[in-house]
Design a protein around this ligand. Structure first.
Ligand code: FCB
Length: 469
């Protein structure tokens, strides 16, 4: 398959996509904005977490990041230069509501209004994510996502943003990767707020989903009927390393936890059966109408995918069957890895898109994140050669073309990410951008992968206007 992919010309690759397919890039507020204490922005759990020694590699913080808050017009020009059709960004809740609820900070809204207007002037469609992990610290002090009230505060916040920007933003994403907010943040503690309590992760996950369900009608109330509302989940599909029964059992458990825990409530109205018993945990605090609220119909699902997990059944029946502690084969013999030690496996993305279409009947899909970290170096002054990233992107884009051919209703693809940025617990040492950031000077240099992506997009648009062979 790889050889065939590599043999495809960009024109052939571009021609595999339907008209109106959207090509974009994604970012998130805390990873790029900087200006952490400017214009009355409140603090978030990530400000507190990154300021805690030992939590983020190199002691890095998002205080300055890529200084996008001040360089926004230049960054939008960069997007235009790349020919992006769309840009997915996130709105920082603590910029809008410094205390999480109550007092609205107009300066925060002004910033996103300037960004959106700038995008629209350049004919770039804005996709806004309302929560990409930067929970206001003030709400954390009241329990954060463990407190049911936070779900109601989120719906209020969503409505405030939509009042101001609802007439201009066509696509709204309530949450980015609730699995990470809940499990990495409250279960494993490797993300903010840094709790290590697996039971708490289930509660946090439930309240995040509830906040989504509460926000959807509030968003619809202030947007035109054409506005599209969705949520983005992360998928690291589990595959069996062999066909032993215990492997198949553990793959099913890994799937229930990593994929279905937060997907099934959205599309099937309930948590996967036996999941909580398998995790040896109690169900989260579910109130009467919660599951119906969470399953409020949405217009699209955002899919983030980077890799897969290859699961081996644990031989000893004495080991408790914990779905989040399965035995993952790594490294996979013969496989290639990114700088995050994530196996490169494009088929996981196409398999997932097809499954969401066939088993969940998701009406519209977007790949809202896909990309790779590699250790890039500035070559001379103007070039960054990143052939492995080009190969990664090309193979994944080929894979999604295959999924579309098999019926997946995929409408767009967003590369993660526009600019090198603050990669959460990994700090700045992992570079995912298609644009290199020279942090000491904040100079932006389009990497070879950025040039390749720009060329693919322009080839796609010209191919739309050419007769098909
Ligand atoms: C995803 C996050 C995104 C980025 C990529 C590499 O889980 O949504 O912010 O960090 O991983």
């Amino acid at each position: 398959m790889d050889d065939a992919n590599n043999a495809l010309t960009d024109v052939e690759l571009a021609r595999q996509f339907p008209a109106n397919f959207i090509w974009g890039a994604a970012t998130a507020a805390y990873q790029i904005e900087g200006a952490a204490r400017e214009d009355e922005r409140g603090l978030s759990i990530w400000d507190a977490f990154s300021a805690t020694p030992g939590k983020v590699a190199g002691g890095d913080t998002g205080d300055v990041a890529t200084n996008h808050y001040h360089r926004m017009p230049e960054d939008v020009k960069l997007m235009k230069q790349l020919g992006l059709d769309a840009y997915r960004f996130s709105i920082a809740w603590p910029r809008i509501l410094p205390d999480g609820r109550g007092r609205v900070n107009e300066k925060g809204l002004d910033f996103y209004e300037r960004l959106v207007d700038n995008l629209l002037e350049h004919n770039i469609r804005p996709f806004a994510t309302l929560f990409h992990w930067d929970l206001p610290l003030a709400l954390h002090h009241k329990g954060g996502w463990l407190n049911r009230d936070t779900a109601y505060a989120f719906a209020d916040y969503a409505e405030i943003v939509v009042w101001r920007l609802g007439d201009r933003i066509s696509h709204w994403i309530t949450h980015n990767e609730p699995w990470c907010s809940a499990y990495l943040g409250y279960g494993l503690g490797i993300h903010a707020p840094g709790l290590q309590d697996r039971q708490a992760a289930l509660t946090a996950g439930h309240h995040v989903l509830l906040s989504h369900g509460l926000a959807v009608p509030r968003i619809r109330a202030h947007t035109p009927p054409t506005a599209q509302v969705g949520i983005t989940l992360n998928f690291t599909p589990a595959y069996p390393a062999d066909d032993r029964p215990e492997t198949l059992r553990d793959v099913a458990l890994a799937d229930a936890f990593s994929t279905r825990w937060l997907l099934d409530p959205l599309y099937c109205g309930g948590y996967p059966e036996h999941l909580f018993e398998a995790l040896q945990l109690n169900a989260p605090p579910i109130q009467n109408d919660d599951m119906a609220l969470i399953a409020t119909p949405i217009d699209f699902l955002g899919v983030n995918n980077y890799t897969r997990s290859l699961v081996r059944g644990r031989p000893s029946p004495a080991t408790p069957p914990l779905a989040d502690a399965c035995d993952v084969l790594s490294p996979v013999p013969g496989a290639c890895y990114t700088d995050m030690a994530w196996e490169i496996y494009p088929q996981a993305l196409s398999d997932m898109l097809i499954r969401l279409h066939r088993d969940y009947h998701v009406p519209a899909l977007y790949v809202t994140e896909n990309g790779a970290a590699f250790s890039d170096n500035l070559n001379g002054d103007t070039r960054v050669h990143d052939p492995r990233r080009i190969d990664y992107l090309r193979r994944h884009i080929q894979a999604i073309a295959g999924a579309i051919q098999q019926g997946a209703p995929l409408h767009g693809y967003f590369v993660w990410t526009l600019l090198d940025n603050f990669e959460w617990a990994e700090g700045y040492r992992k570079r995912f951008g298609i644009v290199y950031v020279d942090y000491p000077t904040q100079r932006r240099i389009i990497k070879d992968s950025g040039h390749w992506y720009a060329n693919l997009i322009s080839t796609f648009h010209s191919a739309q206007n050419m007769p098909q062979p």
